[in-house]
Design a binder for this molecule. Structure first.
Ligand SMILES: Nc1ncnc2c1ncn2[C@@H]1O[C@H](COP(=O)(O)OP(=O)(O)OP(=O)(O)O)[C@@H](O)[C@H]1O
Length: 398
């Protein structure tokens, strides 16, 4: 009998073995974050007294990802695919169940006490909702000084003041903001304060989790432009987690597309948008409205069937096979594809796809199956508002 408290709960070991990844690109000294085989499995507990583990949520299930110094890596995918959990695992706020995260040459999991505290200073987070991440009882001065004090950058607020003013100026706020409280600012201004707070401890990496999704479109553009300016000014590296494809496209150098806890595709931003290769990415891209009605009429629309499977019972083999129009029996159902550089002329070494049939699909040797009647609503990736995706939206505002 299977021990219900033991980790594996899935039926077919071969089918669900951790994805191995061909590590062909970006190995080198310019790598700031090197995540290998990262898994975050949350136990599902039942019973008040015995607190029994009856299964797991496979939120992140074998991700290899490297972020180079000075770049912006965008992580995109449907709600619940594990983007935030992966971001938190990279910060070590959610220690991985398995795998490792090497930051600036050091495996964060091996650090303790003072060393861990110092390393944490290098990685800061910007949250989606600045109002809930900023203590309403603290003035801006106190909010910005807090981290500097904790990390020994300044002993008292007086000593810190010139730096605090500098930080506010960098994010486009006046010195007078120091005496005010979060509720006295607009959403965009609060996000600027959140960014200034992250910058206050001189980080190397900022993990921004949906940094603009709570803001109006025009304000989104301002905050994105600000993040880009600050990246140049302070030599920052960003991991931007977002569900809005337009935001991710604009801000990212490279993009990883997540599906059910794993990377389905990874590429330079322009390459991904110009030529998506994974069936899931193709479907996402085909849901993005194009402003030109002639192109819009002609282009391929790929509708996904069925709902996103539960991360507590992910499909065997390729996680996407249950919704994939190009699914081939039985390989897709039983073998988990590795993230690999496909052998397609013109596709560079930095473009990796986790699909068994990338070359055949691209060559038209495998054609998509009939689209089933019920199609999945991808509107969460369109932010529930198609206007956000086209140039009439954020892209135009930027
Ligand atoms: N602490 C937790 N305990 C149990 N399950 C969790 C926990 N945190 C996240 N999950 C589950 O893990 C899965 C991935 O969640 P995560 O928030 O990382 O996804 P996401 O892609 O960031 O989605 P969203 O954009 O909606 O935040 C979800 O099914 C979520 O319910």
């Amino acid at each position: 009998m299977t021990d219900p408290t033991s980790e594996p709960t899935q039926p077919d070991e071969k089918a669900t073995a951790p994805a191995e990844t061909e590590r062909t690109a970006y190995d080198g000294s310019d790598v700031l974050v090197d995540a290998k085989g990262v898994k975050v499995h949350f136990p599902i507990k039942r019973g008040v007294i015995f607190d029994k583990t009856i299964g797991h949520v496979y939120a992140v299930d074998g991700v290899d990802l490297q972020i180079r110094r000075g770049e912006t890596y965008g992580l995109v995918g449907e709600s619940g695919c594990g983007k935030s959990t992966l971001g938190r695992a990279i910060l070590n706020l959610e220690p991985p169940t398995d795998g490792s995260v090497v930051f600036d040459g050091v495996d964060i999991a091996t650090l303790k006490g003072e060393e861990l505290r110092k390393k944490r200073q290098d990685i800061q987070m910007v949250f989606q909702d600045p109002l809930s991440s900023l203590d309403p009882r603290q003035s801006v001065e106190s909010l910005l000084f807090e981290g500097m004090k904790a990390h020994g950058i300044a002993k008292n607020a007086k000593e810190a003041r010139p730096r605090l003013v500098e930080l506010l100026n960098a994010v486009g706020l006046p010195e007078a903001a120091l005496a005010k409280y979060p509720h006295e600012f607009s959403g965009g201004q609060r996000q600027r304060i959140g960014i200034a707070r992250a910058l206050s401890v001189n980080p190397k990496l900022i993990v921004a989790d949906e940094p603009v999704s709570a803001l109006d479109v025009s304000v989104q553009a301002q905050v994105i432009n600000l993040l880009e300016d600050l990246q140049d000014e302070f030599g920052l590296t960003y991991l931007v987690v977002a569900h809005d494809l337009a935001v991710v496209r604009h801000i990212s150098d490279r993009i990883g597309v997540m599906y059910l806890g794993a990377l389905a595709e990874e590429a330079e931003a322009d390459d991904l948008y110009a030529a998506p290769l994974h069936p899931y990415t193709r479907a996402l891209m085909s849901a993005v409205p194009v402003p030109d009605p002639v192109i819009e009429d002609r282009r391929e629309q790929i509708l996904l069937t069925g709902d996103l499977p539960s991360p507590s019972h992910p499909p065997t083999g390729c996680r996407f096979h249950t919704r994939c129009p190009w699914r081939q029996e039985t390989k897709c159902d039983t073998e988990r594809p590795v993230l690999r550089v496909p052998e397609i002329p013109g596709v560079g070494q930095s473009h990796r796809v986790a699909c068994h049939w990338t070359e055949q699909i691209e060559a038209g040797e495998i054609t998509p199956h009939e689209v089933a009647p019920q199609a999945t609503d991808l509107s969460d990736l369109l932010d529930g508002d198609a206007s956000l995706m086209g140039p009439a939206s954020i892209s135009e505002a930027l």
